[in-house]
Design a protein around this ligand. Structure first.
Ligand SMILES: Nc1ncnc2c1ncn2[C@@H]1O[C@H](COP(=O)(O)OP(=O)(O)OP(=O)(O)O)[C@@H](O)[C@H]1O
Length: 445
């Protein structure tokens, strides 16, 4: 575990406020303050912060929070994004919602309650300890033939400007692949901006993606840049693109065809300079169904297609991933290094990992936290003898019907285990609640 003190950055133009927060938080870590967000890039040269307390208005008279949202986007695009706590003197719920949607982990109104602020920073540090490794560009682990050719493919398509579509089940590592493409590109110095297309509300989609001008709708109190503008010079990662409604698909298509976007309320379009990497877990039959996804948009997005195989088809990666995440969590939780009991190891390698690497990762975290003996047992990983496994002889030749059955069985078993609780079942399977609902629908469960 690292012994370095946590790095805390307070971004506030009010010197008194910044000083008071600095005094309060000095026990939590090393605290720096910055009054002008334009100096952020220079400040980051002294090292990336773990937590940022971010004021949302820097220019006197401004109360719309746009300056803070811009800084938030900048911070989110760092290779190791800090946990951001949004602070504003105006208890403004829509702004809080916008900040949380863009990745802030908490929200504080000024004047703050000291206990609440310290708790928020402690919580943010704890959250970062869990979240940072997912986004830290730790790299894709695994040396199976499939992973080796995936890396080689990324190295060859990364430096091109081609739009890339990454396909694969939940938790296979599509976002890691997208980040690796960005890092291998000439845009690596620019932003990598992920957007969850599945969670953008249809009503605000245009404004979120393309921005808006002050007064263009009731709540548009100031000009705001969209994601296309924020990612300018970098890579825009359109995640869950398969969930985009058809009406929204046509707006996205127009932007990509013209390579320009018109912010809501603007009378002139703006040229865009982004590379698009998109991802979906839709199976290809559905993706190529014009009733689900516009073929002309698909054509724009999938110049290059990267298929990330599910973990059960590259079981050779499992030992390395187990080692990697067990060591990682042992260090994170300050636990002694342990080995996996041989029978448990065999069972873990034969397990079908419906939720792919994400569920393996969660299982390792669980084992590190719960294990009380010298060796990890299967139960420590939340598995039991008889958990769905991949037949050894068929791991790569398994057919789609069989995979469907395995998936259905795993979901049914998980639901039974947690007595139908969707949240607990999704976390057990290592997939999001939305993904679980889609799969329940698909399997008629
Ligand atoms: N090859 C890998 N090596 C190390 N960690 C991995 C690998 N693949 C995935 N992971 C980890 O598994 C988790 C899920 O990865 P990621 O979010 O990239 O998957 P995804 O395919 O985008 O999932 P979803 O479709 O659910 O959004 C992350 O914690 C990631 O760090």
């Amino acid at each position: 575990m690292s012994c370095n003190p946590a790095q805390i950055l307070i971004l506030d133009d009010d010197a008194d406020v910044a000083y008071a927060a600095k005094l309060l938080l000095r026990r939590a870590g090393q605290v720096r303050t910055l009054a002008d967000p334009r100096q952020l890039a220079r400040c980051l040269q002294d090292g990336d912060p773990d937590v940022v307390l971010l004021d949302f208005n820097f220019t006197p008279g401004r109360t719309d929070g746009a300056e803070g949202l811009r800084v938030l986007d900048q911070l989110q695009a760092l290779p190791r994004p800090p946990a951001v706590i949004a602070m504003t003197a105006y208890a403004d719920v829509p702004l809080a919602v916008a900040a949380m949607k863009r990745g802030a982990c908490d929200f504080i109104t000024k004047p703050w309650d000291n206990v609440r602020l310290v708790a928020a920073v402690d919580g943010a540090l704890a959250r970062r300890a869990t979240v940072a490794p997912q986004v830290a560009g730790e790299g894709l682990k695994g040396s199976s033939a499939a992973m080796r050719s995936l890396r080689a493919f990324i190295a060859s398509v990364g430096p091109t400007e081609a739009n890339v579509m990454v396909l694969g089940e939940n938790g296979v590592g599509k976002e890691l692949v997208a980040r690796a493409i960005h890092q291998a590109s000439r845009r690596a110095g620019g932003n990598f901006l992920p957007v969850d297309m599945g969670s953008l509300p249809e009503a605000t989609l245009e404004s979120e993606l393309f921005g808006h001008r002050k007064g263009s709708f009731t709540d548009a109190r100031n000009d705001r840049a969209g994601r296309f503008q924020s990612a300018s010079g970098g890579t825009l990662f359109l995640d869950e693109i398969g969930n985009l409604p058809l009406a929204a698909q046509s707006k996205l298509l127009t932007a990509l065809e013209r390579r320009e976007v018109t912010p809501l309320g603007a009378d002139r379009p703006e040229t865009i300079d982004v590379r698009i990497v998109s991802a979906t877990n839709l199976d290809e039959a559905r993706l190529y169904d014009p009733a689900v996804f516009r073929p002309d948009l698909l054509f724009r997005l999938n110049t290059i297609v990267i298929r990330v195989p599910p973990l059960r088809e590259r079981a050779g990666d499992i030992p390395e991933l187990l080692r990697h995440y067990l060591v990682h969590y042992e260090a994170q939780y300050g636990k002694q290094a342990r080995t996996v009991a041989p029978a448990a190891f065999d069972a873990l390698c034969a397990h079908c990992w419906t939720g792919n690497v994400r569920s393996l990762r969660h299982a390792c975290e669980r084992a590190v936290i719960l294990s009380e003996s010298d060796m990890y047992s299967l139960a420590d990983f939340g598995l039991h003898a008889g958990s769905p496994t991949v037949p050894a002889s068929a791991s790569s030749a398994i057919d789609a019907r069989k995979l469907d059955e395995l998936e259905r069985d795993a979901i049914a078993a998980a639901l039974e285990q947690v007595k139908g609780n969707i949240s607990r079942a999704s976390s057990l399977l290592g997939i999001s609640r939305a993904a679980l609902y889609r799969k329940l629908d698909k399997h008629g469960l």
